[in-house]
Structures are given as structure tokens and as C-alpha cells.
Write a new protein. Sequence first.
Length: 123
Amino acid sequence: MTPDQIALVQRSFAELEASEPGFSHCFYTRLFQLDTSLRVLFQGDSAAQGARLMQMLKLAVGALARTEALAPTLRSLGARTRATVFAATTSRRSRRPSATACANASASVSTRRWKTPGPRPMR
């Protein structure tokens, strides 16, 4: 990302942050509309979950200029999320996950690397 793009994202996030907690409520409402099976992962205090979402977004947006510093935190979060997804999708009777649950969990916490556009050529 260019410094201008980073500044734009950070300014946009500041506006979004001002709309909290409405943003997190809308985010989770839409998430559960798209995939109802994810609801089992968020069965605690929704206000606290929304606060954690905003905290992670703030961390990510604040580290856009130094993404290498954010990588260990994101790896740790991904590992915890995978463990949570696995535990939540494991059958209580057999303690073995169903094939569908594993497929959903894999799709939810995919470790794909996203391609980002390279620098623009100078004209």
C-alpha cells in the first residue's frame, strides 16, 4: 500500500470507529446472515465481542505501514481461531468433527495469502 492509501484507510477507520457499537452489531448481523453456522462461535457477550472486533481492526489499521510487526499477532489470532472453530464444531457425543463442520471451519479460517497490487508504474 502507498502512504496515501494507508492514510485514507486510517481516516476511514476513524470515522467507522466513531460509529461503534452500531458497526459491530451490523457486522455480526450480516455475518450470520451469510453463514448461520458461524453463530455457534459467538455465544458470549455480544458487546464484548464487538469491542474485541474493533480492537483488532484498530490494531490492523494502525499497523498498515509496518505489516511485518503485525504478522506474529495475526498468526497467533489465527491459531486461536482455528482451535475455537474446531472445538465448536466437534460433536459432543463422539468428540470427532463431522466432515461438514471441518469443511466449514477450513473455509472460515483459510490461510490463503491474498494478492495485493504491486507498485504502480511511473508515467
